[in-house]
Every structure is written in structure tokens, then in C-alpha cells.
Ligand binder design. Structure first.
Ligand code: CO
Length: 212
């Protein structure tokens, strides 16, 4: 095969054949609709292949990706995705998944301007400021970098809990649960950060509760 561009279409043909071999009606069934249990919010990084690392098939995970897996209040795009996933798809789990070796987080820890993206990455600097005492106490730079990646996931999970539509769904008993994970690229491993969303709802309530 001459180049990777053409290769992709060859790969696609084989992928179709593989699925049809195990289930001849796989794609006809898939076209009828989706009812994924997961909404997965991750970094756009090419080393985080969502379905592969979760072992899930098409139709099983609803996905939103951006630089450094941020849930930004004014981002109509991501809030449209989350609201749709909660209210219409009724997903059981919302996962914010960061990853070690995240270039977005590394850039936010540095001083170099990247143009337009500086404003986006400032969200991560805000996470640093919220947790500066913990982070500044970590002497090893690599460990501090990894911890900021984890804390960024934690705060993006919080950002979901702050929304009116999440609170409304939660108050009505509709869920979903919210999870913070990190993907360790060097091991291929998904790590559950044990984000306790129920406890966090209580912690955030006095300031962010908007459903009375
Ligand atoms: Co990243």
C-alpha cells in the first residue's frame, strides 16, 4: 500500500469484514440507534484510543474530546454533549479521563505562549491555583506534573456537578454517576481516581447548588 491515507480505507474494509464474520447484521443493527452506558470525556491526544482501551464496541460509548479534557462553563459544545448524554441517552456513567504525558497540561505548567490556546489552557492554570499548596509541596517535577493531571480531572468532574442539568437529573434520582480516570500511556492502563461524586456534591452544595 502506497501511503497511510490509502491504507486507512483498506483497513476499513478489513474492519467491516471482521465484524460481519462474527455478526452478519452488525452494521444494520448499529444503524438503528445507540444506547451507550458511558459518556467518555478525554483529551484529543492520539495516544488515547477510547474504544480500544475500554474494550467497547461501536454504540457502547458516547465520546467528547478536546485539549486536556476540559469541561469549560462557556463551551456550548461540551455542554450540549453532556446534556444530551444525560437527558436523552440516559447514560449510567460520565467519565472524565485525563492521561499522563498530557501536552496540554505540560504547556499550562510552562511559560511559552501558544497563541489562541493560551486562553483554553488557562483553565488548567486555575486548577493549579486552586491546589497550589499541594502542588508546590511536591519537589519532583514529574510527580507534580502527574498530580496536576489528576487534579485537573478532579476539577473537570466538579465542573459537571456544578451544572443545573446535572443537579436536576441527580435530584430526580436519574443519575448518572461521575468518575475521574487517568490513562497511563506508558503502561496502557486505565486508573480509577476514585472521585467520590456523591461526597463532592455535598461539598459543592453551599456555593453551587442551583435547584433549591
Ligand atoms: Co492530553
Amino acid at each position: 500500500m502506497s501511503n497511510i491515507y490509502d491504507q486507512v480505507f483498506e483497513n476499513n474494509k478489513r474492519w467491516i469484514e471482521t465484524h460481519k464474520a462474527s455478526n452478519p447484521n452488525f452494521f444494520e443493527h448499529l444503524a438503528k440507534g445507540q444506547s451507550p452506558d458511558f459518556l467518555f470525556i478525554s483529551c484529543a491526544d492520539s495516544r488515547v484510543p477510547v474504544n480500544n482501551i475500554m474494550g467497547l464496541e461501536p454504540g457502547e460509548v458516547f465520546v467528547h474530546r478536546n485539549v486536556a479534557n476540559l469541561v469549560v462553563n462557556t463551551d456550548v459544545n461540551i455542554h450540549s454533549v453532556i446534556l444530551y448524554a444525560i437527558e436523552h441517552l440516559k447514560v449510567k456513567h460520565v467519565v472524565v479521563c485525563g492521561h499522563y504525558n498530557c501536552g496540554g497540561v505540560a504547556a499550562a505548567m510552562g511559560n511559552q505562549s501558544l497563541g489562541l490556546i493560551d486562553g483554553w489552557l488557562r483553565e488548567i492554570r486555575d486548577v493549579y491555583r486552586l491546589h497550589a499548596s499541594e502542588l508546590d509541596a511536591i519537589e519532583n517535577e514529574g510527580a507534580r506534573y502527574n498530580r496536576l493531571i489528576e487534579l485537573n480531572v478532579h476539577e473537570q468532574c466538579n465542573n459537571i456537578l456544578k451544572t443545573e442539568y446535572f443537579q436536576k437529573s441527580h435530584a430526580s434520582g436519574g443519575g448518572p454517576s461521575v468518575h475521574g480516570w487517568v490513562f497511563d500511556i506508558s503502561k496502557g492502563a486505565l486508573i480509577d481516581l476514585d472521585f467520590d461524586y456523591q461526597a463532592q456534591i455535598s461539598k459543592l452544595k453551599s456555593i453551587y447548588d442551583i435547584n433549591g
